[in-house]
Structure formats: structure tokens, C-alpha cells
Design a protein around this ligand. Structure first.
Ligand SMILES: NC(=O)C1=CN([C@@H]2O[C@H](COP(=O)(O)OP(=O)(O)OC[C@H]3O[C@@H](n4cnc5c(N)ncnc54)[C@H](O)[C@@H]3O)[C@@H](O)[C@H]2O)[C@@H](O)CC1
Ligand SMILES: Nc1ncnc2c1ncn2[C@@H]1O[C@H](COP(=O)(O)OP(=O)(O)O)[C@@H](O)[C@H]1O
Ligand SMILES: [K+]
Length: 482
């Protein structure tokens, strides 16, 4: 599990650790790890000796890290220059170390095209708001030069706690972060600026509280959660998932939701609605019923909403499903048709799976507001609806009404932005619910497998929603093989 903590928590943990260590020890640990990462990158491009490195040095400790790391590279024969954004407020110890090791102060960002590495030490966890104009201008110049960039702790210009990016921000090939991940390294749009992540252990672990603010599942976590059949299993014990989706107008949504549900680990898929013929034609293994859902037979979890339309039948189907005392996942049209009071008072789990537009409607906010502050939006939705909420999009988020860490999904790909892929996700996640996973696990494992499945189907080319569904078994195998 990758775990991320807010700046406030990181600062408190660092303060506690610093009390037990000689002054400057933490920064030396950080700089040593940073220098190793820089050395690795330089060796991949040639060698450290004789390489050309430019440090972008802000006025705080982030700049200090860059300067000390630069001094280590200079001692190994690299030509290191430091561009000081605020020469009068530079980290003095760091600058002295760099100069003593043979490094120099740069007059300006010239010769960028010939550089082997830029080290971004403008701001770390102390950055506030969008980058100031001088820093922003420098970042634009560096981005244009296409020189390889390693960011120190965070790409300068991104918000550590939220993943928001206001204005210009560094685009790094890699980010070397200290002690723990920060939310902004895992949530887009900031995460997209960070490149490959490398965590340097500076001994902060024992000082960090439980639980973290944010977590991201990794292969082993997902493998441990996958519902696997045992010798005693039969199709009913594995769970039956009911799918209420599709309409005369959108029969495809029924097929796609069932396609996802069949690959999610439930023992049987029961489809209810007007798309039964289309579903059976494609998936003879599905059980079908004309409805209403409450008369279709037992299920362990329901999925309701994809392609339902907004007719009277659709509204009553949503109400019927929400009245059942089993976990219910509500997606797409179901989100417009649900009764908020009913959702809030359900005793069985409810999982809502909006994209940003649907989340905005549920919150009575503007879509841009949700997109700019996805972490706050998903937390607010979960609290307001007393539900588990999966907010779709780049780096999908899952939050619960209880005060548990938000989960962020690391496996997506922007090829998933294709019509119908959300229907596959709702079927898949509903199937995991029926198989017995708690709602937060079902939602985060569903998003994880869905993202991997899209990568399997894609390999750099466009995918269809059907390809995503077909890629799910390969995603399971991937996860189980580690
Ligand atoms: N506290 C610690 O124990 C450790 C801190 N470390 C480093 O220290 C960093 C935090 O250092 P600081 O607290 O000094 O903060 P930073 O160095 O991250 O940033 C603060 C500085 O940036 C300037 N700044 C803030 N917002 C800006 C903006 N929008 N545009 C331009 N400049 C802006 C401020 O004037 C201030 O001088 C971490 O990210 C990490 O790199 C590491 O050395 C590990 C140990
Ligand atoms: N830019 C993106 N990067 C990664 N994943 C994305 C992006 N845009 C959308 N997705 C994913 O694609 C799926 C789209 O679902 P949805 O918006 O419900 O579409 P539809 O209703 O057509 O099925 C979701 O899983 C979402 O997380
Ligand atoms: K930085």
C-alpha cells in the first residue's frame, strides 16, 4: 500500500523526529537519497563524471536539499551550477557545501539544451498557491528545453495536499520524495506532473500516525482482496449480482454492465430490465428477468443505473433496488433518479459511482469546481450521502462516510475515456460487492482491475468498452502473479 500524509502531519512528524537527531541530519538523509536518484538518472544517460547539472534553488529547505545533493554530485565530478531564485534568502549551508565541492552559481538559465539534468528545488511542502511569476517563467523555460527533470519532494507548483495545480508547475521525469508520499503525488492533475516516484526513507515512519490521509492499493493489496472460490464454493455462495441497466434507447449499457459483472468474481449474474434479449444473445450464461427487481429472485448485491434513461419505469426500478437490504451500487442515470433521503438512511452499503459532471449535480456545484478539487468533492459526497463514493476520472478516488483514508486508483489510462467503459466498471464493482467485499474494497479493487484491463486492451491504442471488459481476466492474472 502506498500511503500519503498531509503537509501538516508531515511537518509534525518531522519536528518530532528532528528533536531526536543532530541538527541538519534529516536534510542530509534527504539530500543523500536525492543524489543517488540523480546519479542513477545520469548513469542511464552516460555517466556522472563530466555531466552537466542545473539546480533550480528556491528560498526554503527544498532548495537546501537540491544544493546538498548538488554538492554530492559535484564531488563525483559532475559540473553543477545553481540558479538561485532569491540569492539573499538561499540556504546558506547548502550553498557553501556546493561551492566547496566545486559547484558554481549560474547567472541565468542559459545552455539548457545541453544539460543532462535539471534538479527542481524551487518549492516542496512549503509552496503556497500558484508559483510566483519569476519561478513560473523559469519553469516555462525549462519545460520548453525538454531537459530531464528530477523534482525534489514535489514538482514545484503543485499543491501537496490536494493534487490541484494552479498555473505553471514543473513537469518532472521523476520525483524523489522524503519520508512519505504526499496526496498531490498520487492525485491528478498534480500526479501527472510528478513522473516516476521514488520514496527516500528518512526515518519518518515511526512518527507517522494511523491512518494515513490517502492510500493507493498495489498488486499485493489487490491480490489479498480478490474473492477466490474454494472447494466448498457453489454459484450461490460465490454471490449473485443483480444488474438493472439499459433501456429501449440504450440496450448496449445492459450488455456492457453484464460483461463487467461476469468478470468480477460473483457466481452468477442476474439481469433485470428491457435489454434481456440483447444480454442473452451476447451472454447466454446470464439469468434474465423482465422486472421489477424485487421479484427477480435473490441477489447479494445490485447494480442500478447504466443506460436506464429517465422514464417512470427507471425511477421505480431505482427505488425498488434501494429498498432491498443488500449492497447497492448506483451509477449514471440512477444517480439522477435516486432519492437522497433513502440513500442516507439505508442500513446496507450504498456505493455511488459518479463522474465529475454527475458528482457536481449531486453536490449542487459546478463541474469545474469538482474537477479542480476532486479530493474535497469525493469526501463531501460520501459524508452528505452517507455512502461509499467512487469519483471517476483520471486517478479515480474512493471515499467513505466513515473517517477512513481516501483510496486513489493508480492503474487508469486516459484511453478509458470512452463511451460505455463506466458501465463495465459498475458491473465489475457490483460483482465484487456480491462476492462479499466491503464497499470501499469492492470500489477500489474494481477501479484497479478496470484500469489494468484497459491497459491490457490498449497497449497504446484506443480501446472500446468491450475491450476493457475482455481485458479483466488478464488483469486478475496479472494481480495474482504479482
Ligand atoms: N522539515 C524537514 O525536516 C525536512 C524538510 N525537507 C525539505 O524541506 C522542504 C520544505 O522546506 P520549507 O518549509 O523551507 O519550504 P519550501 O522550501 O518547500 O518552500 C518555501 C519557500 O518557497 C517560497 N515559496 C512559497 N510559495 C511559493 C510560490 N508559490 N512561488 C514561489 N516561491 C514560493 C517561500 O518564500 C519559501 O521561502 C521539503 O519539501 C523538503 O524538500 C527535507 O530536507 C527533509 C527534512
Ligand atoms: N482522463 C482519464 N484518465 C483515466 N481514466 C479516465 C479518464 N476519463 C475517464 N476515465 C475513466 O473512464 C471511465 C468512464 O466512465 P463514465 O464517465 O461513466 O463513462 P460512460 O458513462 O460512457 O461509461 C471511468 O472509469 C473513468 O474513471
Ligand atoms: K520541488
Amino acid at each position: 500500500m502506498r500511503r500519503a500524509y498531509s503537509v501538516e502531519t508531515v511537518r509534525a512528524a518531522e519536528a518530532a523526529l528532528m528533536q531526536r537527531l543532530p541538527e541538519g541530519a534529516l536534510m542530509q538523509r534527504a539530500a543523500a537519497g536525492l543524489a543517488v536518484a540523480c546519479g542513477d538518472l545520469l548513469r542511464r544517460r552516460g555517466r556522472v563524471y563530466g555531466s552537466r547539472v542545473l539546480l533550480l534553488v528556491g528560498s526554503g529547505d527544498n532548495g537546501g536539499d537540491a544544493l546538498y545533493a548538488g554538492s554530492r554530485l559535484a564531488r563525483r565530478g559532475a559540473g553543477v551550477r545553481a540558479l538561485l531564485l532569491a540569492p539573499d534568502r538561499v540556504h546558506e549551508g547548502g550553498l557553501a557545501a556546493l561551492l566547496a565541492a566545486g559547484g558554481q552559481v549560474a547567472d541565468g538559465p542559459d545552455g539548457l539544451g545541453a544539460l543532462d539534468l535539471v534538479v527542481d528545488g524551487i518549492t516542496g511542502i512549503g509552496g503556497r498557491g500558484g508559483l510566483r511569476e519569476d519561478a513560473a517563467e523559469l519553469v516555462r523555460t525549462v519545460t520548453r528545453s525538454r531537459a530531464p527533470v528530477i523534482a525534489v519532494d514535489l514538482p514545484s507548483g503543485v499543491e501537496a495536499d490536494t493534487g490541484q495545480v494552479q498555473g505553471e508547475a514543473v513537469r518532472a521525469d521523476a520525483t524523489v520524495t522524503f519520508g512519505t508520499y504526499k496526496p498531490g503525488l498520487l492525485i491528478d492533475p498534480a500526479a501527472e506532473h510528478a513522473g516516476a516516484l521514488r520514496l527516500v526513507d528518512i526515518g519518518l515512519g515511526p512518527e507517522l500516525p494511523e491512518p494515513p490521509d490517502l492510500e493507493a492499493l498495489q498488486y499485493a493489496d489487490v491480490a489479498a482482496l480478490l474473492p477466490l472460490p474454494g472447494a466448498e464454493s457453489d454459484k450461490y455462495r460465490r454471490g449473485v449480482v443483480g444488474v438493472v441497466a439499459g433501456s429501449e434507447r440504450y440496450p448496449g449499457a445492459a450488455v456492457l454492465a453484464v460483461a463487467g459483472a461476469l468478470r468480477g468474481g460473483a457466481g452468477a449474474v442476474r439481469y433485470v430490465g428491457p435489454g434481456a434479449d440483447a444480454v442473452i444473445a451476447r451472454f447466454p450464461e446470464a439469468l434474465v428477468h423482465a422486472g421489477p427487481p424485487s421479484e427477480a429472485g435473490r441477489v447479494q448485491a445490485w447494480v442500478v443505473g447504466p443506460g436506464l434513461g429517465d422514464g417512470g419505469d427507471a425511477r421505480s426500478a431505482v427505488a425498488d433496488v434501494l429498498a432491498a437490504d443488500v449492497p447497492v451500487l448506483v451509477d449514471a442515470d440512477g444517480l439522477r433518479l435516486l432519492d437522497a433521503g433513502t440513500v442516507r438512511t439505508r442500513t446496507a452499503a450504498t456505493v455511488l459511482t459518479p463522474h465529475a459532471g454527475e458528482a457536481a449535480a449531486l453536490l449542487g456545484a459546478a463541474r469545474e469546481e469538482v474537477e479542480a478539487g476532486r479530493l474535497a468533492a469525493v469526501r463531501e459526497l460520501a459524508a452528505r450521502y452517507r455512502a461509499t463514493v467512487l469519483l471517476k476520472g483520471s486517478t479515480t478516488l474512493v471515499a467513505e462516510a466513515r473517517d477512513t483514508p481516501v483510496r486513489v486508483n493508480p492503474t487508469g489510462t486516459s484511453w478509458l475515456a470512452t463511451a460505455g467503459s463506466g458501465d463495465v466498471l459498475s458491473g465489475l464493482t457490483g460483482s465484487l460487492l456480491a462476492a462479499g467485499l466491503p464497499p470501499r474494497d469492492a470500489a477500489s479493487v474494481g477501479a484497479y482491475l478496470h484500469g489494468l484491463a484497459a491497459r491490457h486492451g490498449s497497449h497504446g491504442a484506443p480501446v472500446s468498452a468491450q475491450d476493457v471488459a475482455d481485458g479483466i481476466p488478464a488483469a486478475w492474472r496479472d494481480v495474482r502473479q504479482g
